[in-house]
Design a protein around this ligand. Structure first.
Ligand code: RIB
Ligand code: CA
Length: 324
């Protein structure tokens, strides 16, 4: 490990995490609870992989499994800003966002504060300190910006798992799920004057967790290892059906890891990113100016095109496997 990476891993980065757990969200959240370089300050939940009520129950349960029931969970938006009724991803994440397993409810509850209110409050309580990491649709972030644009100068940076640039989409040929679910919210987020890093499918599809790793985590007999193995069957099988190998992308885990250890990033040009809203075939597409000489006058995001996904996966596994 380089000394720069060691420096990043030596200090804790305080994170507000907006999530839609969801299986790969769960892999990210449990990593965040265990990794010494991460301080999860609060969780906000949003619809996406599953309905927001179920995502909220799953978030509370994950904190209990990770031994941190003290971390607040605030329930957020249950649907996209514009459009018809929301659709969810049960075929990938299971009918309750926990794969093929239906689990008893956790003993705890969400705080009753709305995720948007929590997001705004924390921006003012800890100005310049917090990194906002979004690993679900951007509805909460869009509403927060519309409610109080001032948060854009109070978060240190925003890291988003979202988009597909030199890689196919996963919902349509050109659109990635988190952006496609609420493209209007994504546009609001990208128009705001805050530092945005997009962690797209281009790199998250290279951060693959294998069935063998999950078997080994089960064999640790820790609550986290047992839970992740339990909820991952459908997620792994969905990937195996497509790619004929029992491994699956840790989209959200890589985004969280990059937020706390930027040395994982190998190529991330600052450029202009627009969201297609109207195309019959391209709605939800992330359109970046990746020309050799881009027009940087309206640059609004760093797009991570290359990252050390394998180094993240090794660290993710070692951190979770060493959970005593
Ligand atoms: O496209 C991948 C993203 O959509 C991940 O955040 C996954 O959890 C789903 O929300
Ligand atoms: Ca997610």
């Amino acid at each position: 490990m380089t000394s720069i990476a060691a420096e990043h891993l030596a200090s804790k980065t305080p994170i507000v995490l907006d999530c839609d757990p969801g299986v790969d969200d769960a892999m990210a959240i449990l990593y965040g609870l265990r990794a010494p370089e991460v301080e999860i300050v609060a969780l906000g939940t949003v619809w996406g992989n599953i309905d927001v009520d179920t995502a909220t129950v799953n978030a509370v349960r994950l904190l209990e499994i990770g031994g941190r029931p003290d971390i607040p969970v605030a329930k957020g938006a249950g649907r996209q800003l514009i459009g018809t009724e929301p659709t969810f991803a049960e075929l990938i994440h299971g009918p309750a966002g926990t794969g093929s397993t239906i689990l008893p409810p956790p003993s705890g509850q969400h705080t009753g504060e709305h995720a948007v209110t929590q997001m705004i409050r924390l921006a003012y309580e800890r100005p310049g300190e917090l990194t906002l990491v979004a690993i679900g649709p951007l509805t909460n972030l869009g509403i927060a910006l519309a409610t109080d644009p001032g948060i854009a100068t109070r978060y240190k940076e925003v890291v988003i798992m979202g988009g597909a640039f030199l890689w196919p989409g996963n919902i349509t040929p050109v659109a990635e799920a988190n952006i496609w679910h609420d493209p209007e919210a994504a546009r609001i987020v990208l128009e705001a004057p805050w530092p945005v890093t997009l962690v797209p499918l281009d790199v998250t599809e290279q951060a693959q967790v294998t069935g063998e790793m999950l078997d080994q985590l089960r064999d640790t007999n820790t609550p986290a290892g047992t839970h992740l193995h339990l909820i991952s069957y459908i997620y792994l099988s969905a990937y195996e059906a497509r790619f004929a190998r029992r491994e699956a992308a840790m989209h959200d885990g890589l985004a969280l890891a990059i937020a706390v250890d930027p040395t994982l990033v190998q190529e991330a040009p600052l450029t202009r990113v627009d969201i297609e809203l109207n195309g019959a075939h391209t709605r939800g597409m992330t359109v970046a100016d990746l020309r050799p000489i881009p027009n940087l006058e309206r640059a609004n995001a760093r797009v991570v095109l290359k990252a050390e996904g394998n180094r993240f996966v090794r660290r993710w596994f070692n951190v979770l496997a060493s959970w005593d």
